[in-house]
Design a protein. Structure first.
Length: 302
C-alpha cells in the first residue's frame, strides 16, 4: 500500500485498538507485535504491508489508549520480509532492545526484538508459523518477567523448590542471594518511572551476564532480584555477591542524558538441613537483606 494511512480516505481507514485486539491466524511470512509487559499483556497487533502509525489518538492505525503513549508515537513500515520502526518525536521515546531512537530515526526489526513504547513492551515476531510463535510467547510471558526478561517469581518459587529437594537428597550445597536496589523510590521520584524501569532492565542484564548457566535469577519483587545458586557454599556466594555489588556500583547508568547512580544491598543465605520449605531459605536471605539495608545499604550481609 502507499506510504501512509494519511492518503486513504476516512472510509478506507482500518483502525486497530490494541486494547481489544484478539489472536488471529496470519498469512505466511507476516509479522506481528505481541505485548509482553504493561497493561494489556498478551495482546497481538498484526502488521500488514505498508505504513501504520501507532499512538494514543483514535485516528491512528494502531491505537494504544495509554497516557504514556504520545498521540502519534511511532510508525511501522512493512514491505516484504523487512519491517522498520520510526519514532515520530514521541515524549517517552521509542526503544528497540533498550536503544532509544532519535526522532525521525528508523530501525529494522528482527524477530525477537523488544520494542518499548512508553510503559508497554512488545516483542516482534516474524516467521512462517506465527500462531505457534504467538502461543510460545504467551507461555514465556507466564514464566518470564516482561520488563527485565529474567524469570518471574512464580517460576523461581517452583525452581527453588526443586533445587532444595535435589540439594537435600544428595547433601549438596545451595545458596540464595536477594538483591534490592537502594533508594529505588528516590530514583523514580527524581527521574521518573521510565528511568526506574531502565535501571531494572540494566541491572537484570548485568546479572544475567554474571551468573553461571546453572544459576537461576528472577525478578522477585518490584526492585528485588533473587538468584538461586546450586553447588555453591555460603562463602562462595558471599564472594560472588561482593563482586556483583561492586559491579553494579561501578556501572555508569544513564537515561535521557542524566546519570543515575545505582547501588544494591544483598542478603545471602545457604541451605541448612532444617530448611524444609523454600520460604525458610528465602526468609533467611531476606533477614540478611534487611541487615544490609539497616547497616547503611550498598553492602552484603550473610
Amino acid at each position: 500500500m502507499a506510504d501512509g494511512a494519511e492518503e486513504r480516505g476516512a472510509d478506507e481507514r482500518t483502525t486497530v485498538v490494541v486494547g481489544f485486539s484478539r489472536p488471529t491466524s496470519e498469512s505466511e511470512g507476516a509479522g506481528c507485535l505481541v505485548q509482553i509487559f504493561g497493561e494489556g499483556l498478551g495482546r497481538k497487533v498484526a502488521l500488514e504491508p505498508g505504513r501504520a502509525v501507532v499512538g494514543r489518538d483514535g485516528e491512528n492505525d494502531v491505537v494504544i489508549p495509554l497516557d504514556s503513549i504520545s498521540r502519534r508515537h511511532c510508525a511501522i513500515r512493512t514491505a516484504g520480509d523487512r519491517t522498520e520502526i520510526e519514532d515520530l518525536g514521541s515524549t517517552n521515546g521509542t526503544f528497540v532492545n533498550d536503544h532509544r531512537l532519535a526522532p525521525g530515526a528508523r530501525a529494522e526489526l528482527r524477530t525477537g526484538d523488544l520494542v518499548q513504547l512508553g510503559a508497554v513492551i512488545f516483542k516482534f515476531l516474524f516467521g512462517n508459523d506465527l500462531e505457534a510463535l504467538y502461543h510460545e510467547e504467551i507461555y514465556l510471558s507466564s514464566v518470564v518477567d516482561g520488563l527485565t526478561q529474567i524469570y518471574n517469581r512464580r517460576y523461581f518459587d517452583e525452581h527453588l523448590d526443586r533445587e532444595m529437594a535435589r540439594a537435600h537428597r544428595h547433601a549438596r550445597p545451595l545458596a540464595l542471594l536477594l538483591l534490592d536496589v537502594d533508594h529505588f523510590k528516590e530514583i523514580n521520584d527524581r527521574h521518573g518511572h521510565l528511568a526506574g524501569d531502565h535501571v531494572l532492565v540494566a541491572l537484570a542484564k548485568r546479572i544475567r551476564e554474571s551468573v553461571r548457566r546453572e544459576d537461576c535469577c528472577a525478578r522477585y519483587g518490584g526492585e528485588e532480584i533473587a538468584i538461586a545458586s546450586p553447588e555453591t557454599s555460603l562463602a562462595q556466594a558471599v564472594v560472588f555477591a561482593e563482586k556483583l555489588r561492586g559491579c553494579v556500583e561501578a556501572c555508569d547508568l544513564r537515561f535521557d542524558g542524566a546519570s543515575i547512580p545505582v547501588t544494591v544491598s544483598i542478603g545471602v543465605a545457604a541451605l541448612t538441613p532444617d530448611m524444609d520449605h523454600p520460604r525458610d531459605l528465602v526468609g533467611a536471605a531476606d533477614a540478611r537483606l534487611y541487615e544490609a539495608k539497616r547497616g547503611g545499604r550498598n553492602r552484603v550481609c550473610s
